[in-house]
Design a binder for this molecule. Structure first.
Ligand code: NAG
Ligand code: NAG
Length: 258
């Protein structure tokens, strides 16, 4: 436990206008509105600070994000259909919600998953759409070596002063949990999924927390943490593994699953 805290760090939500932040590393600006399930979320925290996270729209009523984003927050402004997160674009909808469900067992880097429930159903458009969850048949799939996509407005480099204006996308690859566990000194569980960031592969950074990791149009992970060595260190990015939480999602969202 000491080692985990010492060696790894939560990809903290960006303090807007503040110091330590993150961006997608090794990515490219996304084609505007090409990732219709991506949401950006401004959280108002109990201490009055504002933080920023990503999330994924999984139904007309439900956004999945990280527990370290909702925990300690009192209000969320959920931005759907955005490319430039700071502008009011015609494609966007902004919704305020304080209806959070943070996983009961959430601890630093563990069960880092939460839902934000929206009071009224989102009207789905070309720019705002849901991402599929893994099916029950895929519940035991590892997704090992699959190509995967990560997206977010998080920091573009370790020394970036703030989040990216525009949504970025990077390609990555699902790695073996055992190898990832070596990189993180044993703090990787079955309920984690990791992506490689060697060479030209991408990595998540601060501000990408809670955002989607997608394989073949299926949501397989939510950004949880990276290495204290920095987002550009080529250390794996660690996500909550969505297949480990299908029951939790079924129990707490409006989604009907078998
Ligand atoms: C969750 O939030 C509570 C209240 O702000 C805080 O005491 C607790 O340490 C947080 N949990 C984690 C794992 O950060
Ligand atoms: C992953 O992407 C690379 C580069 O585009 C491609 O060569 C490879 O065949 C892909 N692998 C899978 C499993 O789809």
């Amino acid at each position: 436990m000491f080692k985990q805290i010492f060696i790894t760090t939560i990809i903290t939500c960006v303090f807007v206008g503040g110091n330590p932040l993150s961006k997608i590393i090794n990515g490219n600006e996304a084609d505007p509105n090409s990732i219709p399930y991506q949401v950006g979320i401004f959280f108002k925290r109990a201490n009055n600070k504002t933080t920023f996270c990503g999330g994924a729209l999984i139904s007309e009523y439900d956004v999945l994000t990280a527990a370290h984003c909702t925990n300690g927050s009192i209000l969320a402004e959920v931005v759907l259909g955005a490319h430039n997160i700071w502008k009011e674009e015609p494609s966007q909808i902004r919704i305020i919600s304080s209806d959070f469900i943070t996983h009961d067992n959430y601890k630093v880097g563990v069960d880092d998953i939460a839902l934000i429930r929206l009071r009224n159903p989102i009207k789905l458009t070309d720019q705002i759409n849901i991402i599929n969850l893994p099916s029950r048949q895929q519940e035991t799939e590892s997704f090992l070596n699959e190509n995967a996509t990560i997206t977010g407005w998080g920091l573009l480099s370790d020394d970036a002063p703030t989040i990216s204006d525009h949504l970025y996308v990077a390609q990555t690859k699902i790695m073996d949990n055992r190898l990832c566990g070596i990189a993180y000194f044993g703090s990787i569980r079955d309920s984690h999924i990791c992506s490689e960031s060697y060479g030209n592969l991408g990595a998540a950074c601060d501000g990408d927390s809670g955002g989607p990791l997608v394989v073949d149009d299926i949501l397989v992970g939510l950004v949880s943490f990276g290495s204290v060595l920095g987002c550009e260190s080529q250390w794996p990015t660690v996500y909550s593994r969505v297949t480990s939480y299908l029951d939790w999602i079924k129990d707490h969202s409006t989604i009907k699953m078998k």
